[in-house]
Design a protein around this ligand. Structure first.
Ligand code: CA2
Length: 149
């Protein structure tokens, strides 16, 4: 039986999680979050691969070369600015969930806009690191359903 594969992409500055701004982003490190996702993936029978970059072009390259059936992406600050990431997501047509640790809608106005939200299967924001695990459960369920139909 071939496993589903879900790629996780974390955008700029998320490598600093757990070191600063715990009020907005919690106290877990990115390695803690990745580990939690891999463990949940094991339970669900899903292969999880993770990637973080501070560079827009590297994120575009990663999306262009996706070999996964689904994607969970926290584009971080690029959420609000990146036509390049939007275009890459549009080109590959892989179902994705946009996730945010914080509730971007109760923060500054410039964070209320997302360049990709209209293409996302779903959006989860405001649950801290649980935003990612909720997204994994959701996209896993969605992919299983679309396999059956
Ligand atoms: O809430 C989220 O997940 C965000 O995507 C995080 C981005 C922010 O620009 C988005 O508006 C919302 C920022 C990530 C910065 O991460 C840091 C982690 C630790 C210390 C400093 C920044």
């Amino acid at each position: 039986m071939s496993h589903l594969h879900i790629q996780i992409i974390h955008g700029p500055n998320l490598n600093m999680l757990g070191t600063r701004e715990p009020g907005h982003y919690g106290s877990q490190t990115l390695a803690d979050i990745d580990e939690e996702l891999i463990q949940l993936g094991d339970k669900l029978g899903v292969r999880i691969t993770t990637f973080q970059s501070n560079h827009e072009g590297e994120i575009v390259d990663k999306i262009q070369h996706l070999d996964a059936q689904g994607l969970i992406i926290n584009p971080a600050a690029y959420t609000h600015t990146s036509v390049a990431i939007r275009d890459a997501l549009l080109a590959v047509q892989v179902p994705f969930v946009e996730v945010h640790l914080s509730n971007i809608h109760k923060r500054e106005d410039f964070r209320h806009k997302s360049m990709m939200v209209d293409m996302a299967m779903a959006v989860i924001a405001g649950f801290g690191s649980q935003s990612y695990t909720l997204a994994l459960r959701g996209i896993h369920h969605h992919l299983l359903q679309s396999k059956q139909s």
